[in-house]
Design a protein around this ligand. Structure first.
Ligand code: SF4
Ligand code: F3S
Ligand code: FES
Length: 248
């Protein structure tokens, strides 16, 4: 008997894709199935590119880096948010359903505007270092050094690629348009830990001490389960909630 796994014997993949163009008044959301011959080490990015090249050039989806870095290829893959460029077809059954991430503005088919959502969140939560010193600093002057452990902690939180998978996986984000999501709360934690940021806990409370922020989180944990960068989102939210409760 052969040792070759069944998935490597050349399957025909059936990709059922949710198609819709919200700018076309005649467009109705519908599922369309495409067949693709599976290749070795095929990712969903490769399968979708093949469909666009050989079967339907109008298929819309987003990719930039193809390496899990830019965060643009998030989509719902068999009911779960994930990055298409990091998903191997051999890890999926031969019937694959793809849909756009919910909670974001649909551009068309699998393409959503996560950038607009992230920009709005960032402006609302002011996700940048607030420091008089930094604003006035000479560009050549040296920053004060930081403990390596703290720098490591900040770096860990900065690994977020703003893909939107945590927002798509969150029940609160589906119910509340204004919810900051795990991505936003993660960023607040990052700036709260940063010694260069002069904002107080009371300032952060103004931003996230409410139901659109940390008190809206119902600990559903989908964010952490679905984060492709394995960020400890639920732990960060619990930490932030404790800090905010202390201010209240
Ligand atoms: Fe994506 Fe994780 Fe960042 Fe959420 S926290 S946007 S899932 S990388
Ligand atoms: Fe949503 Fe994550 Fe909280 S899934 S409810 S932000 S723990
Ligand atoms: Fe950049 Fe997938 S294409 S993360």
């Amino acid at each position: 008997m052969s040792d070759i796994p069944v998935t490597q014997l050349g399957r025909t993949l059936h990709l059922q894709i949710l198609r819709h163009n919200p700018r076309d008044p005649d467009s109705e959301p519908r599922l369309q199935t495409f067949e693709v011959e599976e290749a070795d080490a095929m990712t969903l990015f490769i399968a979708l590119s093949e469909i666009r090249e050989k079967q339907d050039p109008s298929l819309q989806f987003d990719f930039v880096c193809r390496a899990g870095i830019c965060g643009s290829c998030g989509m719902i893959i068999n009911g779960r948010p994930g990055l298409a460029c990091r998903t191997l077809t051999r890890d999926l059954p031969d019937h694959i359903t793809l849909a756009p991430l919910p909670a974001f503005e649909l551009i068309g088919d699998l393409s959503v505007d996560t950038g607009k959502w992230m920009r709005g969140m960032s402006e609302h939560l002011e996700t940048w270092v607030h420091s008089q010193g930094l604003e006035q600093a000479d560009i050549d002057s040296l920053e004060e050094s930081m403990e390596p452990e703290l720098a490591e902690q900040l770096y860990e939180l900065e690994r977020c690629i703003e893909c939107g998978c945590c927002v798509a996986a969150c029940g609160t984000a589906q119910m509340r348009e204004d919810f900051s999501g795990a991505v936003g709360l993660n960023q607040i934690t990052r700036f709260q830990l940063d010694p260069r940021d002069e904002r107080s806990d009371a300032d952060f409370y103004q931003l996230v001490g409410n139901d659109a922020g940390v008190f809206g989180c119902m600990t559903l944990l989908g964010c952490e389960d679905m984060c492709p960068k394995d960020l400890p989102l639920a732990t960060q939210i619990a930490f932030l909630r404790r800090r905010m409760v202390a201010v209240r």
